[in-house]
Design a protein. Structure first.
Length: 69
């Protein structure tokens, strides 16, 4: 979920509230509050992706089952 959050916010440059809705309604089918709770617990992973400046190609290598385009 953190990688998808990174993708939508850092690569696609979509606003936080819109990303929560995408993750909750279209990708994971859970409540927005649950998405927020998960993301709070995965800050280290998000920070690592930011530090690496991971692009779509890198994310595709890490998580090949998702659409990164």
């Amino acid at each position: 979920m953190t990688a998808r959050y990174y993708y939508w916010t850092e690569i696609k440059r979509i606003r936080f509230d819109d990303v929560l809705k995408i993750l909750a309604d279209r990708e994971f089918f859970i409540e927005e509050r649950t998405v927020s709770n998960v993301l709070v617990g995965t800050q280290e992973q998000f920070s690592r992706l930011v530090k690496e400046e991971a692009d779509s190609r890198r994310l595709r290598g890490l998580y090949p089952g998702w659409d990164w385009d």
